[in-house]
Write a protein that binds this ligand. Structure first.
Ligand code: GTP
Ligand code: MN
Length: 610
């Protein structure tokens, strides 16, 4: 087995245009694509296309198409693994097939956790949207000004109050308790060993990594119950010092703006995004860390810190700002009036209110100096010295010598001291050990983790939403776990998503046989469907019990369809009741039957057919 990651790396590293040109010298640029006469069939006018952004080729004459591997397979008569090896050699990537068992076991465990967390998120989310015991939660969120779109976009959920619901639902789907505990979803009581759901009677905020995988949850208590928030514990896939809430959702915007606003709370992020401020994210109840700064580097050059005006908020701004300044970010600070959170401001006063504050951030060094002036008032030499002592270490840490010199000059001017004197003072400060700075990310995984999403962005493709639509999920599952049972279940489906329908028509026979090769299907699809399918298939998911998951998805989907029908019927019945159209007893009967059936059937977590 060649690891999927390696295959992706090889695919991303190959220059498809160059590769094709070696066998097809006539390749010419036309707009975004390259064109030539097809090497796989006889033709006079060129209908063979190469799309370098997507890394795909396609002949509109004879229909062949696919990625770089497919091209080599066709051109040189190789099979799939051979084509991967051939191209890997070409781009200088070594294929290590026999991974050390420990490494792959860890990777496997992470995959398992991602799968479970995604499942749990879906459970909480459906509960919030559909369950009657989440009515209070829905009302609360509405009162806070959250729209349905935001709730869906952030896949917000509700953890039922029983404290058992998640475990029961997950067990039925084949997840064992150890995995649930490892994912931070269960707590074991000391002594009795009894297990409880970690989250109960709370509004749930799933936390994503930059690849769109759910890695943890935050849970807000209903009303004034304490503690207000609990978060997932640290797990193999989650560390609070490494993730930022809202970053994944903001990525497409951030890549364009390269400016991010850091907020304090979950609610603030959701509401800010709702009002169009998609370049906002929040730390998860911690101050900014070095790891956050490294993460931010990938998406921004400029950071605005928006913190509570209270003392804790100010201290947090200072620490976070120092790290960012040292790394060369342009940093500004915005302070809102007392007792106002960004979310409240937006809901009460609208978009322009926050916009106004964000327009005039105070440059971080000015803000810092201001804080210091409050701490050491007056112009006595002692005050100046104290301020210099606090601020010089920060200036010393700046990695860019020009910026460092600039800030040293400004501080000298502000304190009315000679710049050389300050410079001499700064030299005396002991530098931190270089080793402390060079500490690498312990997981060793973080950098790699950013890659696929980055590769997608390079290809101009939006990362597929972390939460797939039910139909997308069903399709993906069939590609990952092809079998004839899966094929039978999905053959019976009337897909509403035309893209899914098109793809299903192509892959259904292969799924039934138990082997699907997506790249070979690609060529037969219209370009827009290809663009959509590629990131979808790059989603790595793990299903403990694929068949049970699929059965549940199918049941849920059928329910959804029937609910839509019910809604239409209801509209008609309403018209009968108010006399706009004549009463039709058979229709009323049909409506009642369907309505009863839907209300009686399980919504969440139960296996179908029981
Ligand atoms: P709302 O009060 O619903 O507006 O939430 P908020 O996000 O604005 O909360 P707040 O401003 O009080 O806190 C900011 C952030 O600090 C939260 O989003 C949490 O990440 C964190 N936090 C607040 N209270 C707690 C707590 O009791 N426990 C933990 N672990 N984190 C908390
Ligand atoms: Mn708040």
């Amino acid at each position: 087995m060649i690891p999927e990651e390696t295959i992706t790396r090889v695919r991303d590293s190959v220059d498809l245009v160059e590769l094709v040109r070696e066998s097809v010298p006539g390749l010419k640029k036309t707009g975004r694509n390259f064109q030539a006469r097809c090497p796989f069939h006889q033709e006079r006018t060129p209908s063979f296309n190469v799309n370098p952004e997507m890394g795909l080729f396609k002949c509109f004459g004879c229909g062949v198409g696919g990625d770089a591997f497919k091209f080599v397979m066709l051109m040189e008569g190789l099979n799939y693994p051979e084509s991967i090896r051939k191209l890997a050699t070409r781009v200088g990537i070594t294929i290590e097939e026999a991974q050390s068992p420990a490494v792959s076991a860890e990777a496997h465990e992470r995959q398992t956790l991602y799968g479970l967390l995604e499942d749990a998120a879906r459970f909480y989310h459906r509960h919030l949207l559909e369950s009657s015991d989440a009515a209070e939660a829905r009302a609360y969120l509405e009162k806070r000004g959250l729209s349905k779109e935001s709730i869906v976009r952030f896949c917000m959920g509700f953890a039922p109050a029983s404290g058992q619901a998640l475990r029961e639902a997950a067990s039925r789907k084949g997840w064992n308790l150890d995995v649930l505990e490892k994912a931070g979803l269960l707590r074991r009581k000391e002594g009795s060993g009894r297990v409880f759901d970690h989250f109960w009677n709370r509004i749930i905020f799933p936390i994503w990594d930059t690849q769109g995988r759910i890695v943890a949850f935050g849970g807000r208590a209903m009303g004034d119950a304490l503690p207000k928030y609990i978060n997932s514990p640290e797990t193999p896939v989650y560390s609070k010092s490494r993730h930022l809430y809202g970053l994944f959702q903001g990525m497409p915007t951030l890549r364009k703006m390269r400016h991010i606003v850091i907020l304090e709370g979950y609610m603030d992020v959701v509401v800010c995004h709702q009002f169009g401020f998609e370049w906002t994210a929040a730390t998860l109840g911690t101050a900014l860390t070095e790891e956050h700064v490294r993460l931010l580097r990938r998406y921004s050059d400029k950071v605005t810190l928006l913190f509570d005006p209270d003392a804790a908020g100010a201290a947090a701004s200072l620490r976070g700002g120092e790290l960012l300044m040292a790394d060369g970010f342009t940093v500004g600070v915005v302070t809102l009036p007392d007792d106002v959170d960004p979310d409240e401001l937006l809901v009460k006063e609208g978009k322009a209110s926050l916009e106004k504050y964000l327009e005039t951030p105070v440059p971080f060094m000015d803000y810092y100096l201001d804080q210091m002036r409050k701490k050491y008032p007056g112009t006595a030499p002692e005050s100046k010295l104290a301020i210099a002592k606090e601020m010089l270490p920060l200036i010393k840490k700046m990695r860019d010598p020009l910026l460092q010199d600039e800030h040293l000059g400004r501080l000298a001017q502000a304190l009315r001291v000679e710049k050389p004197v300050l410079a001499a003072q700064m030299k005396k400060i002991k530098t931190e050990s270089a080793f402390a700075k060079a500490t690498v990310d312990k997981s060793g995984n973080n950098e790699v983790a950013g890659k696929p999403a980055e590769a997608l962005a390079k290809a101009g493709v939006k990362p597929a939403s972390a939460l797939l639509s039910v139909e997308e999920e069903m399709l993906l599952l069939s590609l990952l776990h092809p079998s004839n049972v899966v094929a039978e279940l999905l053959d019976a489906l009337e897909w509403t998503d035309v893209r899914c329908r098109q793809i299903w028509a192509l892959v259904s026979p292969d799924v039934a046989q138990g082997t699907v090769q997506v790249s070979s299907v690609m060529g037969a699809l219209p370009e827009d469907v290809q663009e959509w399918l590629t990131p979808l298939t790059m989603q790595q998911r793990y299903y403990a019990n694929p068949q049970a998951t699929l059965e549940e998805l199918v049941t849920g989907w059928n329910r959804q369809q029937e609910s839509a029908v019910l809604k239409e019927m209801k509209a008609e019945i309403d018209s009968m009741i108010d006399g706009t159209i004549p009463m039709d007893q058979t229709k009323v009967q049909a409506y009642n039957d369907l309505s009863r059936r839907l209300k009686g059937s399980p919504i969440i977590g139960r296996r179908p057919g029981r």
